[in-house]
Design a protein around this ligand. Structure first.
Ligand code: ZN
Length: 212
C-alpha cells in the first residue's frame, strides 16, 4: 500500500468538481443523484488496483505522470451540440482531464432494465475506460484513431484481468459493448472462460471512444 502511494501520484491529483451555478437548475433528487454518482466514480477510479494499472500503462506508453496535472470527476453531465453525452475530455496543454457522468434519465432506464448492481458496474467501467482514453491523449494529442485503438486494448486488458472472472461480469461487459439499452441484442455466444480473448470491437469503442 505504501509503495503504491509512492508510485501513484495520479491518485492524489483527482478531485470531484461541480459547477455550483448549474446545480440551481436541478431538482433536489437530481442533485443527490449526481453527487452520489460522482462520489462512486471517484472511489472507483481511485481504487489501488486500477491506479496500479494506470501507473503501468503510463510507464509502458512513456507518459510522465507529472504531465497529468489534474483529473476532475465532474458532478454534472456534459452534452455535445448533437445531444450526445461526453464521457471525458482532456486539455492536453494543461494536462487536465475531466470525466463526466451519464444522465439521471439514462441511469433510471438502465436500472429498471438491468438492476442497480449492474448500473454501478457499468458506471464504474465507463469512467475507467474514459480515464484510460483521456490519459492516452496526453501522448497522442490529436490522433483519435490511435487513442481509440489503444484505449480499447488497455481497457480490455484491465477488465479481463480484474473484472471478467464471473458470468455476471461478462454480462456487464456485453452491456458496455451494447450501450444502447434498447438497441441491438448482445451476441449470444460470449465465452464464459475469462482466458478467452473477447472481441471487443464496439464495446470498448463505445466505452472508451465516445468522448471528444
Ligand atoms: Zn478522444
Amino acid at each position: 500500500m505504501l509503495m503504491l502511494e509512492e508510485t501513484s501520484p495520479l491518485s492524489s491529483k483527482m478531485r470531484i468538481s461541480v459547477d455550483h451555478e448549474k446545480l440551481g437548475n436541478l431538482s433536489q433528487n437530481q442533485v443527490r443523484f449526481y453527487l452520489k454518482y460522482s462520489s462512486f466514480v471517484f472511489r472507483a477510479l481511485k481504487k489501488p488496483l486500477f491506479q496500479k494499472f494506470l501507473h503501468w500503462m503510463l510507464k509502458k506508453e512513456r507518459i510522465e505522470e507529472q504531465t497529468v496535472k489534474a483529473v476532475h470527476v465532474k458532478v454534472l453531465p456534459l452534452r455535445r451540440k448533437n445531444g450526445k453525452g461526453i464521457a471525458g475530455n482532456c486539455d492536453t496543454a494543461r494536462g487536465r482531464i475531466r470525466i463526466y457522468p451519464k444522465t439521471t434519465k439514462f441511469c433510471q432506464t438502465f436500472k429498471q432494465k438491468f438492476g442497480r448492481t449492474n448500473l454501478l458496474v457499468y458506471a464504474g467501467n465507463r469512467a475507467r475506460a474514459a480515464l484510460i482514453h483521456e490519459l492516452l491523449h496526453l501522448k497522442y494529442i490529436e490522433d483519435e484513431k490511435t487513442v481509440r485503438e489503444l484505449a480499447k486494448d488497455y481497457f480490455c486488458i484491465f477488465t479481463q484481468k480484474h473484472s471478467l472472472q464471473s458470468v455476471h461480469s461478462l454480462f456487464i461487459y456485453k452491456m458496455i459493448f451494447n450501450a444502447k439499452i434498447s438497441g441491438k441484442k448482445a451476441p449470444s455466444s460470449v465465452p464464459t472462460d475469462p482466458s478467452i480473448r473477447l472481441k471487443p470491437n464496439e464495446t470498448c469503442l463505445r466505452a472508451s471512444g465516445i468522448f471528444k
